[in-house]
Design a protein around this ligand. Structure first.
Ligand code: ADP
Ligand code: MG
Length: 826
């Protein structure tokens, strides 16, 4: 058994300033010995004294110094948990939550019933749990249920340096919860742990922490790491370069583990496969078999997660969409969790670089006599397989871990002497216009590159091989503009939120106004938005509709369409349309200038062909009124009917990659809908029947409800004083005339009212993604954009100020939309 007062030769015991309750822990001697090597052990007393005296404490120390595994144990031993108040630890990544709970349980010689984890769809928390590891998203959800977090005595926010959106949101919320709990004399302790020393954002932010919290730095023994730059400049085939580098290290350099950083799961597997072929391990099991096992295990793991998820969502209330009185949401919105993990799944196929079969690589001949113990590591790897990287490799073999970004700070692999860094990372980006995420591979920041290199110097001097000599400016925050971030933010009031690095106020005001207009947030009593900024209270509360919208990983306008689309069996169509709108430019760019006469002729031919195809997809009558969005629906339907082949896309002017992306998004949205509403029992049938006429009308209404601020009205003849207004439309947002884009199927129709997806400016302002709207829908579907005269609640004679006369009586409503649009009577 050990307690802080026990100590060893290198860390002599010091009496604690305040007598504390010691909860004895029965560690195995070998575990205790390993623990005592960790630098953080010598800071135990300083940390625990700070925790006793301050509500908020920041601990920073190099990755591997023992923060994640040891601090929860310190807290446990000091009596910070009991049967009704526990220690919570949040991790940005699922993989860390699971692995760390296992490790801590093992170190403390306790069962996982006591040291447990909870991630999105699974966990092993019990009545006996004292230390609970969880993802940021899980704690966020708990805050939504119980703002005071009364079950916790301490919350440890781990990896605050990651600055993921959720970590930041949590920090803001927790800073308030700590204050509230102090008022009620139920103090909550908050520990913020970071691997970097740049903690000014936390300490210097007055709104976040009026009194700067103490910062405790853990000195760690970091051995020097020599960084070697490859002469060859940034490469396309970085996975291939990594392969060659690992071969070289393994064949020529002294013993020591190798850690390779790649960007995604598919790449990791490809490189593992290639390395195993090059250096077959002298193990009973064939490496290929091993590899397949891992895939099979992963599938099993995913299946069990899916089962757990279904079990959880089965009890959700029925969605009721009638009259737009929208949706109880229940538990479905856990998708907010673990952004970081998704990088592993998304775009997998795009990045599955075919590394080809083993040929002589750069003249090197693999030497089969040197066993290389190759292990993959990424977020979605089954936990048992993840745990393997912590075990020593077989006798005489060299460990080689091929990992994604998870190995950068979340997990410390012992015995690494060489780091091979591809210099890239897969990040989620949000499109400002559509608000939809995509994944892109980008160069890592200098800070990340340093972190990665640092992994080589944990136990002895090491070496890091990298290619990137140029780093982009580090993102000040996460790469997604949080005002567009639909999930966390539709669900959380944002304007007065104490973000560590706040986004621009105008952006937030605009975003919040849009959410109010869409009905996702409750409107404030008076529209004094700017003034409210001064008031320190949370702004507009979220509505039921907003909660539902928050479950869909798309921009708020589209989320509203989805939230309403269960009516008239529109869901599959709405999903297809939203997916197609989100993946912009389904059609090839044919407006480009031609280099030669021949090319011009071919472009013209293709344009004519595409126009014909679009007309066919738009159809006639009701369906034509859905306009360009009907074309999108037709494109998705027709393309899937043809098996989404590259030939079909080529023949019809569609971009093949875009169509694949649409398919992927449809799958994702279908899953999201099922999570909110399992009764919908939606399954993705790529092939859709065309919608009926009444469904098309319902779809037009959904689109109107979602794109409410993108209404335009064709100028009336009396406005045509100026030639520039011929065929033009007015919008509430712009003073200039806007036009239907020539590529639109409504270019010749020019309906009086339209909604549009976006405006692009070329020679003129053009609306793209245009759909016709019936005037009488506007007051019903977009009341927040209308002014009623008299106000809706006082029926009476309707007076039109412009015409100076009473227009109608009682039963009619007189309203206007936006300002450039003249009053309209219905
Ligand atoms: P930090 O949070 O400061 O980055 P950790 O607490 O995660 O550090 O790690 C401390 C040490 O514990 C590291 O040396 C790491 O290798 C070791 N460790 C963590 N998990 C395991 C495990 N499952 N098996 C063996 N060693 C582990
Ligand atoms: Mg850690």
């Amino acid at each position: 058994a050990s307690s802080p007062s026990q100590g060893t030769a290198s860390h002599p015991p010091r009496p604690l300033a305040k007598p504390a309750v010691f909860v004895p822990v029965n560690r195995l001697p070998e575990m205790q010995e390993e623990r005592l090597k960790l630098p953080i052990l010598s800071e135990e007393q300083v940390i625990m004294e700070a925790v006793a005296e301050h509500p908020i404490v920041i601990v920073c120390g190099e990755t591997g110094s023992g923060k994640t595994t040891q601090v929860p144990q310190f807290l446990y031993e000091a009596g910070y948990s009991s049967s009704d108040s526990i220690i919570g630890v949040t991790e940005p990544r699922r993989v860390a939550a699971v692995a760390m709970s296992q490790r801590v349980a093992q170190e403390m010689n306790l069962s996982q019933r006591v040291v447990s984890y909870q991630i999105r769809y699974e966990g092993n928390v019990t009545e006996e749990t004292r230390i609970k590891f969880m993802t940021d998203g899980v704690l966020l959800k708990e805050i939504q249920k119980d703002f005071l977090l009364s079950r916790y005595k301490v919350v440890v926010l781990d990896e605050a340096h990651e600055r993921s959106v959720y970590t930041d949101v949590l920090l803001g919320l927790l800073s308030r919860i700590v204050a509230l709990r102090a008022k009620r004399h139920l103090p909550l302790k908050l520990l913020i742990m970071s691997a970097t020393l740049r903690v000014e954002d936390f300490t210097q932010n007055q709104r976040l922490f009026p009194k700067p919290p103490p910062v405790i730095k853990v000195e760690s023994r970091q051995f020097p790491v020599t960084v070697h730059f490859n002469k060859r400049t940034p490469l396309e085939d970085y996975a291939g370069e990594c392969f060659r580098k690992v071969c070289k290290i393994h064949r020529m350099l002294p013993a020591g583990g190798i850690l390779v950083f790649l960007t995604g799961q598919a790449e990791v597997h490809a490189l593992c496969r290639r390395l195993r072929r090059a250096f077959p391990a002298s193990r009973a099991r064939a490496p290929e078999k091993d590899q397949e096992d891992s895939v099979e295990e992963m599938r099993k793991f995913k299946r069990s997660r899916a089962r757990a998820k279904r079990a959880r969502t089965a009890t959700l209330p029925q969605i009721n969409l009638d009259n737009y009185s929208v949706l109880p949401v229940g538990e479905g919105d856990e998708d907010r969790e673990a952004e970081m993990d998704e990088e592993e799944e998304a775009l997998g196929s795009d990045l599955d670089l075919d590394l080809g079969d083993e040929g002589p690589d750069g003249g090197e001949h693999p030497d089969a006599s040197l066993p290389l113990h190759v292990l993959p590591l990424y977020s979605l790897l089954a936990p048992e397989r993840q745990a393997q990287v912590f075990r020593p490799p077989p006798e005489g073999a060299r460990l080689c871990v091929v990992a994604t970004n998870v190995a950068e700070t979340s997990l410390t692999i012992p015995g690494i002497k060489y780091v091979v860094d591809c210099g890239k990372v897969k990040r989620r980006f949000y499109d400002r216009v559509t608000g939809v995420s995509s994944f892109r591979v980008t160069w890592v920041s200098q800070a990340s590159a340093d972190q990665r290199a640092g992994r080589a110097g944990r136990t002895e001097p090491g070496h890091c091989y990298r290619w990137a000599t140029w780093f982009p400016a580090p993102p000040s925050m996460s790469p997604c503009p949080r005002e567009q971030q639909p999930r966390g933010h539709a669900a959380l009031p944002v304007i007065n939120f104490p973000f560590p690095t706040p986004p621009s106020t105008e952006a937030l005001v605009a975003a919040e106004e849009l959410l109010i207009a869409l009905g996702a947030l409750q409107a404030p009593q008076q529209a004094r938005r700017m003034k409210q900024l001064e008031v320190s209270r949370l702004s507009c509360p979220i509505t039921e509709l907003g909660r539902t919208m928050a479950t869909f990983p798309v921009a708020p306008r589209y989320a509203k369409m989805l939230a309403l689309s269960r009516q008239h069996g529109c869901l599959p169509y709405a999903i297809a349309i939203v997916a197609a709108m989100t993946v912009r430019e389904l059609f090839e760019e044919l407006d480009r200038p031609a280099a030669s006469e021949e090319e011009l002729a071919s472009l013209k031919g293709r344009r004519a062909r595409v126009a014909q195809v679009k007309r066919a997809w738009a159809g006639q009558g009701a369906s034509l009124k859905l306009g360009d969005l009907m074309v999108l629906l037709g494109a998705v339907g027709a393309c899937e009917y043809a098996g989404c082949s590259p030939q079909f896309c080529e023949a019809n002017g569609l971009r093949y990659k875009a169509m694949l992306e649409v398919r992927r998004l449809r799958g994702q949205l279908t899953t999201a809908v099922n999570a909110v509403c399992p009764e919908a029992g939606l399954f993705l049938d790529p092939k859709m029947q065309p919608p009926t006429e009444s469904q098309v009308t319902a779809l037009r209404q959904l689109v109107t409800a979602g794109l409410g601020d993108h209404v335009a009205r064709r100028v009336q003849s009396e406005d045509l004083l100026d030639e520039k207004w011929r065929n033009a439309y007015r919008t509430p947002l712009l003073d200039d005339p806007v036009f239907v884009h020539p590529s639109s199927v409504l270019f010749r129709e020019l309906p009086e009212f339209v909604v549009y997806q976006e405006i692009v400016e070329t020679t003129k302002m053009y609306m793209k993604g245009v759909s016709a709207v019936e005037i009488q829908w506007i007051p019903a579907l977009l009341p927040s954009y209308c002014q009623f005269n008299p106000p809706l609640e006082e029926p009476g004679p309707v007076y039109c100020p412009e015409r100076g006369r009473v227009l109608c009586h009682r039963t009619s409503v007189f309203y206007r939309i936006g300002w450039p649009l003249p009053a309209v009577q219905v």
